[in-house]
Every structure is written in C-alpha cells, then in structure tokens.
Write a protein that binds this ligand. Structure first.
Ligand SMILES: [Zn+2]
Length: 257
C-alpha cells in the first residue's frame, strides 16, 4: 500500500543506508538529497489529492454501487442563497449533503435547520475554514472540528461524524486529529471547480460527462452560478435515470454519533 505510514520508514531506512554508503564513499551524497526530494514531492502530492488516502482513509466514491445513486455535496454554507438550492433540490426530490462551516451556521441558524428538516445530511467543514488550514497543528485541527460540532449540536440533537477538510487538504495533523475526534473524512470524485471557474458552461462541462452512479460531486452553495449549473445537472441526471442521495446513504456510513 502506497501510504504515508509505509513511505516514511522505507525512505528513512534508505536514507540511513545511503548516508552510511556515502560516508564510506561508495555512493554520492546526491542520492541522499534525491530521497529528501522524493519525500517532499510525495508529501505535497499526498496533501492535495484527497483521493489518494495518503495520510488518512478518505471516502471519495462508492465502488460497488446500485447503478442509479450518486451524492451531490455542497460546501461552505449555509449562506442566504442556500435557500434557493434547497428549493431546487426539493423540486427534483433530490437529497444532498451540506458540509457546513461553524461560523456560517452561527450567522444563518434558520437556514441550517431547514437543511436538516428537508432530509439532507449535515457534515462538519470546520469552525472557521481558515486559509491556513493546511498548516494547523493537531490540537488546532481538533479545536476547529470540535467547535463546529458544538455549533451544530447547539441547534440540533446531533453530533456529525462526517468531515470534509477545507480545500481537501489532508496531512499528518489532520490524520491524528480525526483519529482523536472519530470523524470520517469524505472527499469527492468529481470536483466542479465552481468557485474558481467563472464560466458556467465550463463548470457544467467538467461535471456532466463524469456523472454516474457511485460518484460524489463537490459543489458550493455560495453562488447563483452554481445554482444555474445545478439545475442543468439535475435535468441531466433525470434523463439518465440517476438520483442524488445523501453521502451517508451512498457510502453506507453513519452521518451522526
Ligand atoms: Zn470549503
């Protein structure tokens, strides 16, 4: 298995062996630098590609699916426009998962409650969604997760077990923190890039051809642009006989404690 916990001992052993050989002049020190370079490259790659489960187990799609279900997910809300997303999902009888930010829940508690009341799943997306999330230490990540859980628990009798890391970043701090807080990390198999791409058609073109059973689609309930794309995606799903279920239903996991 190509994971952080196996890669480190292997690179370390090779490093020690290389250093001994280099001290005795058998090989050049450049081989040791090469190992350091490989370590940095793997760590960077593992941190940013959530599908690799490099540091921690990440659920990002359902391999053995029922042929019709996929999971639409929305990050970074609730926001005032979340209401329009909920209206649209209701029209299509679709269920989704909302990975909410604690401080947004604090601002829009009624919209948060509406998400739950309409049968969608809530997941933890940290308290503050700080841009420096990838640099927090284990305790800081635990703090971000626990505060968001507490915010949710204040409004509903639930403690979420599903967590999506901001920017999809996983690293050793996140891995240790979720072991402590017992959250399951949920990734995605289709990234719409809806907060980056300004052209609606480009967002649609990224998602539409890949839509299929078992997939987990990442959107954000933060813009009119995404709302318009979602309408087209729901139409396409209907024509293909695909339905959206909550991510816990898709993956057969418990969403709450
Ligand atoms: Zn986010």
């Amino acid at each position: 298995m190509f994971k952080h916990k196996y890669v480190i001992p292997v690179l370390l052993s090779l490093g020690i062996l290389g250093a001994i050989l280099a001290i005795f002049g058998v090989i050049s020190w450049w081989w040791c630098f090469l190992l350091v370079f490989i370590w940095i490259a793997l760590t960077t790659w593992g941190s940013f590609d959530i599908r690799k489960s490099y540091f921690v187990q990440v659920f990002y799609k359902r391999k053995y699916h029922d042929g019709i279900s996929l999971a639409l997910t929305f990050d970074d809300g609730p926001t005032p426009i979340t209401n329009d997303f909920l209206d649209l999902l209701k029209t299509y009888n679709a269920k989704a998962t909302f990975f909410c930010i604690g401080k947004q829940i604090d601002k829009y508690p009624d919209i948060f409650k509406r998400i739950l009341a309409e049968g969608h799943t809530i997941g933890n997306h940290t308290m503050n969604h700080t841009k420096t999330f990838g640099f927090l230490n284990e305790n800081q990540v635990i703090q971000e997760l626990s505060s968001c859980d507490a915010e949710i628990h204040d409004l509903a009798p639930l403690i979420p077990r599903l967590f999506r890391p901001p920017f999809g970043v996983t690293n050793p701090s996140v891995a240790k923190a979720v072991k402590h807080t017992k959250h399951q990390v949920i990734g995605w198999s289709i990234r719409s890039l809806d907060t980056i791409l300004k052209d609606e058609q480009k967002i649609y073109d990224r998602v539409a051809p890949r839509l299929g059973a078992g997939e987990i689609v990442l959107f954000h309930d933060t813009s009119e642009r995404t709302l318009r794309v979602l309408k087209r995606i729901l139409d396409l799903m209907e024509s293909k006989g695909l339905i959206s279920v909550t991510v816990d239903d898709l993956l057969n996991l418990n969403a709450y404690e």
